[in-house]
Design a protein around this ligand. Structure first.
Ligand code: EPU
Length: 461
């Protein structure tokens, strides 16, 4: 391990120097020959939306960001060539690729939506600050690194727009399996000899903590039972991938997951599930802009609660042979919405609801139960004429007839997308600055909206 680590550190330094040559662009991996990634990490990207056009037509739904990232991390559990299909072309996937490459893994896009991940016998078990800072989801390499190599050094993510986002539940769960942790110089250092299966009771159904414990426990000795596990479809997808690799995981998608540890896992081919948040975003787009769309490949069974809520607001949504059909013929009615862990209304849908309620008839109260401080985009919507008041983790939204286009700033992925959605129903031009946030999570967002008839442009200056 030590020799491999020195060699990789040397290579890492060399890459750092390469990066300096390309100037402002932060890029570690030689992952994609195109300029796409560089374009989408540019701070002066803007999305320009001219509102007032109803949507119509069909667009495909991309693979789920929050599944693809975890599947890429869990590839670390087995030496050899893994193939992931339906991987979205988004910046967060590039960052996860950079992270794997920095560890000594070879990641290539072998087709537009296919990644081949070649994992060597040994890796440098470290997630450096420069990458963790750019994507907090980097923390999901912790479980697989501990499970396979017994060692992980992960830069501590700082606070961000959603508040502090600690990792105490990840740490407590992995400690229960026998890992020990210490922090120094902004890094958390984790070590273990042999992980031992045990009962892990999560204080809250955290998605990341469930995933890290699951990915470590597949290589533990004996049986692990995760109770109060997160139930998101992306966790069921991760378990399906691990089982295909030779793992023995039962119950993923429910709140009790039972994992029988195995000695070895093998590389496999797997298709990422469709992105339910992209689906929700396009549903909200039709809710605001009006019209009728088909979202190809969308999985209605992952969207039950959302479909019910949008139905209460007056949208018509139905499963169809292509995926999901949706129509919004008239102005929607206000409803109250509270975010909850899956199968509740996802926190990621919340800015979309605030955008929808901004132009709905009546008053809706939106309550955030997962993340502190996830209302920063509200000020931007108010600049567009929305009537929204926030207090603590509640927002009271009084619908207005029409928003008016204005220059606004995207504070994060989902809020950025919601501002674009709001712009679709606004009078005149909305210019969403810091659009690179949106590119982190949405593949060709502008292109898809244009294909549905919206007037949207993506500017790089
Ligand atoms: N939390 C703790 N301690 C922990 C872990 C979580 O206090 O050890 C708290 C968090 O601070 C937060 C809550 O528990 O208040 C929920 O966090 P969770 O761990 O469930 O979320 P996550 O794994 O960090 C994932 C998604 C988010 C999504 C949330 C909730 C990924 C990469 N991220 O985050 O998606 O909002 O689950 O569903 O899967 C996005 O895609 O834009 C995004 C932010």
């Amino acid at each position: 391990m030590a020799v491999a680590r020195v060699a990789l550190e040397h290579e890492h330094r060399a890459r750092r120097e390469d990066r300096r040559e390309v100037g402002a662009v932060e890029r570690v991996a030689t992952f994609d020959p195109g300029h796409w990634y560089e374009e989408h990490t540019d701070d002066v990207e803007r999305i320009v939306v001219r509102g007032g056009r109803p949507l119509s037509g069909a667009v495909p739904i991309a693979g789920a960001k929050n599944s693809a990232l975890k599947l890429m991390a869990s590839a670390l559990l087995a030496e050899g060539d893994h193939v992931l299909e339906n991987v979205p072309r988004i910046v967060d996937v590039e960052i996860m690729s950079d992270l794997l490459v920095s560890m000594g893994v070879d990641v290539r896009r072998t087709d537009e939506h296919e990644l081949t991940i070649r994992v060597p016998a040994d890796v440098q078990p470290e997630a450096p600050y420069e990458l963790v800072e750019r994507m907090r989801a980097s923390i999901v390499v912790l479980g697989p690194l501990l499970g396979r190599f017994g060692e992980a050094h992960i830069a501590l993510p700082g606070g961000d727009d959603f508040g502090p986002r600690p990792i105490d539940m990840h740490v407590r769960g992995l400690e229960a399996l026998g890992a020990s942790f210490e922090t120094s110089h902004g890094y958390v250092h984790a070590r273990c000899d042999q992980l031992l299966g045990t009962r892990v009771l999560l204080e809250f159904p955290s998605v990341g903590a469930t995933e890290n414990v699951l990915m470590a426990a597949v290589r533990a000795k004996g049986t692990t039972v995760i109770e109060n596990a997160a139930r998101e479809p992306e966790i069921a997808d991760l378990a399906a991938f691990l089982n295909r690799m030779g793992g023995q995981v039962v119950g993923a998608g429910s709140s009790t997951i039972v994992i029988e540890g195995v000695d070895e896992l093998v590389p496999v081919r797997h298709r990422v599930i469709p992105d339910r948040v992209e689906t929700a975003t396009l549903l909200a787009a039709v809710g605001v802009a009006k019209g009728e769309v088909t979202l190809e490949g969308a999985r209605p069974e992952h969207l039950d609660m959302l479909v019910q809520k949008l139905g209460d607001m007056g949208m018509r949504i139905s499963p169809c042979s292509e995926g999901l059909w949706a129509a919004a013929p008239t102005r929607l009615r206000a409803v109250d919405v509270a975010t909850l862990p899956y199968p509740g209304i996802a926190t990621d849908y919340k800015p979309l609801f605030v955008a929808l309620l901004s132009v709905a008839e009546g008053v809706g109260i939106v309550t955030e139960n997962l993340f502190a401080g996830r209302f920063r985009y509200v000020d931007e919507l108010v600049r567009m004429g929305a009537d929204v008041r926030t207090e603590g983790h509640h927002a009271v939204v009084r619908g207005v007839e029409r928003l008016s286009g204005a220059p606004v700033r995207a504070p994060d992925i989902r809020a950025g997308a919601a501002l674009v959605v709001a712009g679709l129903g606004a009078e005149g031009e909305t210019v969403v600055a810091d659009a690179h946030h949106v590119a982190r999570g949405y593949e060709d967002f502008g292109g898809k909206l244009r294909a549905l008839g919206a007037d949207v442009e993506w500017w790089h200056e």
